[in-house]
Design a protein. Structure first.
Length: 528
């Protein structure tokens, strides 16, 4: 407990001895995977019955072994946690608070000490006498004139007595909820019956990850009523936050009726995978730039670690940046659909190879390759009738000059799977240009490299994770090559020679993220 308490205080408590609400918020949004081990240890300390991070921190810091019970001697119910500055309520409900003999005695004693023993009776008697003198009755609203004036004032201020208001209100309630009065939304009888069955919450709230707001809209019942019934179900609260990119992918899978697991922790426990499709042994991560950046504290090898751990279980993990989901959704969708067999299949034997015009090649790669176009000298296209369905480009090596050529880009038309397309284009290049050797690179973040083995390439090695810069508040990645230190004095508004490249970039409000590295592939005309 002492060691855990020290760790909890170092992470969640500020220098001013207050709760770090920002860390709590990030934890609830599943944006601090590095804290999941600590969070699980905190939950385990109380047998899994408590999941609210703020409450867990409060109890651990204050050395509490259990939730305090109601101070009313006749009640043993647990008290509700309020917030860090207030802690737990002293009573489980208002009824216990107002009926507790000890509390009543204390109030009576305090009044007696301050105002005298006859305080209550004297004040009430004086109030009644004043009302009798002024209005002829003990309480003002017992006077017909005052009651009429009060009703008139309310009508003028709030429209209670305006003609048609009451009828219109009743009609709206009748249209929306089938009742003319009362808290109609809270009295949806069918919904109430559903919520009395704990299996309903197990299915909709826990398994389907629906929030209370979503259930409120679906059931046409107030959120407060839903929460009240859930709290009586005996189930633990979940944090069912789903980001916009996740919602897009959920819609994609639901549209094609593809089963999936959301926020899976069974594969890389305790780390999380955003999506897992066991049928295809495919996992997908949606990586927000800020949440996966250096300034946030994401480790350099964090993405590579997840990829390698998935590989050990023969699971292919795809990493997509949030800006790719937002700006290149059609390409992202095509990549995913290709893995789950939802793209249209075309066979390369029914296609022909043609040399491509630079403009046609550039536009095709820009629209169909997630990394965009790169300059090349040889551009080959695969046509299915009049339709261009695949492109492969070659040129002089950009990084390793020991090779004659580099295979720079290959991509297919979005929504299509061209079986044998890469092999047919590559064989055409070999026959036409008779190269000595070729080098190529596959992004480990997205591609397994199986295409290269089919074309006769040999795996050479995997390069270390590479970093990319982005301006804080913007959603565009820039290659590190653009910001090499010797170029910075002409690019950045603020530049200091004594600082490193990264220090200068931070000075100018830039942040950086890391990929998974690249696999390097080699083809030789003379394998020996």
């Amino acid at each position: 407990m002492n060691e855990l308490k020290k760790e909890v205080m170092s992470v969640f408590i500020t220098r001013n001895n207050t709760l770090n609400k920002r860390i709590i918020q990030l934890l609830l949004l599943n944006k601090r995977p590095d804290l999941m081990d600590l969070y699980n240890s905190m939950i385990g300390l109380y047998g899994g019955a408590i999941t609210d991070p703020s409450q867990l921190v409060y109890m651990i810091v204050h050395d509490m072994h259990s939730v305090p019970v109601c101070l009313n001697d006749g009640c043993n119910k647990e008290c509700q946690y309020q917030r860090w500055s207030l802690g737990f309520k002293k009573y489980c409900c208002n009824k216990c608070s107002t009926s507790d003999p000890k509390r009543i005695d204390k109030i009576t004693q305090t009044k007696a000490e301050r105002y005298g023993k006859e305080y209550t009776e004297a004040i009430l008697s004086k109030t009644k006498q004043t009302n009798m003198d002024r209005y002829g009755c003990e309480f003002p609203l017992q006077n017909e004139v005052i009651r009429t004036k009060a009703n008139s004032n309310q009508g003028e201020l709030f429209g209670f007595q305006r003609k048609g208001i009451r009828e219109k209100s009743q009609q709206q309630l009748l249209t929306r909820y089938g009742k003319k009065s009362g808290n109609a939304k809270s009295n949806n009888e069918n919904a109430i019956i559903q919520m009395k069955n704990v299996e309903f919450f197990k299915l909709e709230y826990i398994d389907n990850k629906k929030s209370f707001n979503t259930l409120s809209k679906e059931l046409n019942i107030s959120r407060g009523v839903i929460i009240n019934h859930f709290d009586h179900s005996g189930l633990a609260r979940q944090h069912n936050y789903i980001s916009n990119p996740q919602q897009q992918l959920i819609k994609l899978f639901n549209d094609v009726q593809q089963p999936y697991t959301l926020n899976d922790r069974t594969i890389l426990h305790p780390k999380e995978l955003d999506f897992y499709l066991p049928e295809f042994k495919l996992a997908i991560e949606m990586n927000g730039l800020w949440w996966h950046s250096d300034n946030y504290g994401w480790p350099k090898n964090g993405h590579l670690y997840k990829t390698m751990e998935c590989n050990k279980q023969e699971i292919h993990l795809l990493h997509f940046w949030e800006f790719e989901i937002n700006n290149k959704w059609s390409i992202v969708k095509s990549i995913i659909n290709n893995h789950i067999g939802k793209n249209t299949t075309i066979y390369a034997r029914k296609c022909i190879v043609k040399q491509l015009d630079s403009n046609i090649c550039r536009d095709f790669i820009y629209n169909n390759h997630i990394q965009g176009n790169v300059g090349s000298s040889i551009k080959l296209g695969l046509y299915y009738g009049e339709l261009l369905v695949a492109v492969m480009t070659f040129g002089k090596p950009r990084y390793n000059k020991q090779f004659e050529y580099e295979l720079i880009r290959f991509c297919t038309l979005i929504g299509y799977n061209v079986v044998g397309g890469a092999s047919k284009l590559f064989l055409h290049f070999i026959r036409g240009y008779n190269p000595v050797n070729i080098i190529s690179y596959s992004d480990k973040r997205l591609f397994s490299g199986k295409m290269y083995t089919k074309m006769g390439f040999s795996y050479s090695h995997t390069s270390a994770p590479n970093y990319f810069y982005f301006k804080e508040g913007q959603y565009e990645l820039h290659s590190r090559m653009k910001f090499q230190k010797h170029k910075l004095n002409t690019i950045l508004p603020i530049y200091k020679e004594e600082l490193s490249e990264w220090e200068n970039m931070k000075l100018n409000k830039y942040n950086r993220v890391w990929d998974c590295g690249t696999d390097v592939w080699i083809w030789s005309n003379n394998p020996d």
